[in-house]
Design a protein around this ligand. Structure first.
Ligand code: NAP
Ligand code: ZN
Ligand code: ZN
Length: 346
């Protein structure tokens, strides 16, 4: 089936209209019309080949909300008309230890990501959600709680799970002091989720203009991270800090904010290496680690948690024709707090 899409054709020219093919329906497949797709900073990193490894043409988009149009003969969990989600992965081997543990994002045979990954069905590379429709194996399709606004739920499929998973892994709960570095797409979801888990939440921001927003989003305190005195006042005080920053920055002042046995988890992936002063790790027995999205089972758990707590993203809905402008605004930290594409515009 031919489908309209928007693609990057190289690392520097704007994304532009492009026709792609979607596979015909297999017995375990779900075919959907795409209604909304969130714009993750990863889309920009990959469209512009900032991490290396991009194959062109590239159709980004991994925060997909769709409406089911058809299901294969063996599909039991979904039916025509259902509102569904697809996140960062569309397949994995399902037999390796990581897949068996429900952590398909670490599939030892190679996770099939939603875009820019080898497409074993059609050859070439997978194409993402900046398009009108997609066909996905039912095991990688998520249920969206019926009380959530569909456009505002789209960012849960990446920004939501990417922040929920490390918060859970580090057992965030009442009585804990949690810091969130960077108030963008991931950061604002981390604030909402950590607050719903009962933690005391602090936002570290480089944008003085985001202080009121951070408080409105649920933060208990906001630290303007360019002010050394504000940073020093928080030394040795946090149990857990989640760093969502997309660009090169100094993580050492954040490490110094961790208390004994505290952990700083990096989910933002700046293209350049970050440097760590080891003294900041040995003191207080601190640790520095990373986290990549989350497995399918945990993604459904996160969606259900968001349904229970009525958590969605704060979004700016855009037509797909504004995608290049949206990328430019992302680079200026000018997003409140996630762009979501309305695919009716394509
Ligand atoms: P975003 O909406 O652009 O937010 C990034 C935030 O980082 C900005 O709003 C800004 O917050 C802060 N920031 C940006 N440039 C900075 C700089 N030079 N110095 C200090 N702070 C800066 O991006 P996003 O979509 O949330 O994605 C963030 C990062 O996470 C990206 O690198 C993306 O690829 C990565 N990511 C990783 C995973 C994973 O599984 N690990 C999943 C999704 C995305 P303030 O204005 O508040 O300072
Ligand atoms: Zn993403
Ligand atoms: Zn596997």
């Amino acid at each position: 089936m031919t489908t309209k899409a928007f693609a990057a054709h190289n690392s520097s020219s704007p994304l532009a209209p492009f026709l792609i093919h979607r596979r015909s329906l297999g017995p375990l497949d779900v075919q959907m019309d795409i209604l909304y797709c969130g714009v993750c900073h990863t889309d920009l990193h990959i469209a512009r080949n900032e991490w290396g490894g991009t194959t062109y043409p590239c159709v980004p988009g991994h925060e997909i909300i769709g409406r089911v149009t058809q299901v294969g003969t063996g599909v039991s969990r979904f039916k025509k008309g259902d509102s569904v989600g697809v996140g960062c992965m569309v397949d994995s081997c399902r037999t390796c230890p990581s897949c068996r543990d429900g952590e398909e994002q670490f599939c030892e045979a190679g996770t099939i990501f939603t875009y820019n990954a080898p497409d074993k069905n059609l050859g070439g590379m997978t194409f993402g959600g900046y398009s009108k429709s997609v066909v996905v194996d039912q095991s990688f399709v998520l249920n969206i709680p019926s009380n959530l606004d569909l456009a505002a739920a789209a960012p849960l499929l990446c920004a939501g799970i990417t922040t929920y998973s490390p918060l859970r892994h580090h057992d965030v709960k009442p009585g804990m002091r949690v810091g969130v570095v960077g108030l963008g797409g991931l950061g604002h979801m981390a604030v909402k989720l950590a607050k719903a888990m009962g933690a005391h939440v602090a936002v570290f921001t480089t944008s003085s203009g985001k202080v009121q927003d951070a408080l409105r989003l649920g933060a208990h305190e906001v630290i303007y991270s360019r002010d050394e005195n504000e940073m020093k006042a928080r030394a040795n005080s946090f149990h857990f800090i989640l760093d969502t920053v997309s660009a090169k920055h100094d993580i050492n002042p954040y490490l110094q904010c961790l208390r004994r046995n505290g952990n700083l988890t990096q989910v933002g992936v700046p293209p350049d290496p970050l440097s760590v002063h080891v003294f900041n790790l040995v003191h207080n027995r601190r640790s520095f680690s990373g986290s990549l999205i989350g497995g399918i089972r945990e993604t459904q758990e996160m969606l259900d948690f968001c349904g229970q707590h009525k958590i969605v993203s704060d979004i700016e809905l855009i037509p797909i024709q504004k995608i290049n402008e949206a990328y430019d605004r992302l680079l200026k930290n000018d997003v409140k707090y996630r762009f979501v594409i309305d695919l009716a515009s394509l």
